[in-house]
Design a binder for this molecule. Structure first.
Ligand code: MN3
Length: 200
């Protein structure tokens, strides 16, 4: 069965008031993400070894196989963007109690967590992603990955929240000011309720 572009969990203009305009979301979801899905489906159609596998299994299967780099990139980008849309909300930025308590336990304070999460994205050279994960040891951790990579293959933990630092994620709204995009994202867009729900 072919992979499908997931519907956004909000309208394409829902984040405009919090710093991510309709043009950004329409290009990012409707063009960039859609192209990854279409390209991935093309590979699956041609390659029997990919058929019948889940998206996660394709990402893991293609990881570190030089001949499957394009498969990894498109499958990883489909997975990462699917998690990114869920990591945002028109009423984002609100920190629910259970997550806040865990953040204070593992980072010392919400401010220290935001500093660390911002630094992860700001220091990712070139394109990539910044992640909040629950490590295999049960600790919250922030990390970053280049291009299409994901904690699913680095083994750093379960994804709770992610933001995109590819230029297409912020150039319409913030031009070259990636740190401003990140600060705004953490304070106004990040769906901490979703992150808390992923804690289990
Ligand atoms: Mn993107």
């Amino acid at each position: 069965m072919a992979f499908e572009l997931p519907t956004l969990p909000y309208s394409s203009n829902a984040l405009a008031a919090v710093g991510m305009c309709q043009e950004t979301l329409e290009l990012h979801h409707g063009k960039h993400h859609n192209a990854y899905v279409t390209t991935l489906n093309g590979f699956v159609e041609k390659m029997p070894e990919l058929q019948g596998k889940s998206l996660e299994d394709i990402v893991k299967f293609a990881h570190n196989k030089p001949e499957l780099t394009a498969v990894f990139n498109n499958a990883g980008q489909h997975l990462n963007h699917s998690q990114f849309w869920l990591s945002m909300s028109p009423t984002g930025g609100k920190m629910p109690g259970k997550l806040e308590a865990k953040i204070v336990e593992d980072f010392g304070s919400v401010a220290a967590f935001k500093d660390a999460f911002k630094t992860a994205g700001a220091t990712q050279f070139g394109s990539g992603w910044a992640w909040l994960v629950l490590s295999p040891e049960g600790k919250l951790k922030v990390t970053k990955t280049p291009n299409a990579s994901t904690p699913l293959v680095t083994g750093e933990g379960k994804v709770l929240l992610v933001y995109d630092v590819w230029e297409h994620a912020y150039y319409v709204d913030f031009r070259n000011r990636r740190p401003d995009y990140i600060t705004n994202w953490l304070d106004k867009i990040a769906n901490y309720e979703y992150a808390e729900a992923q804690l289990g």
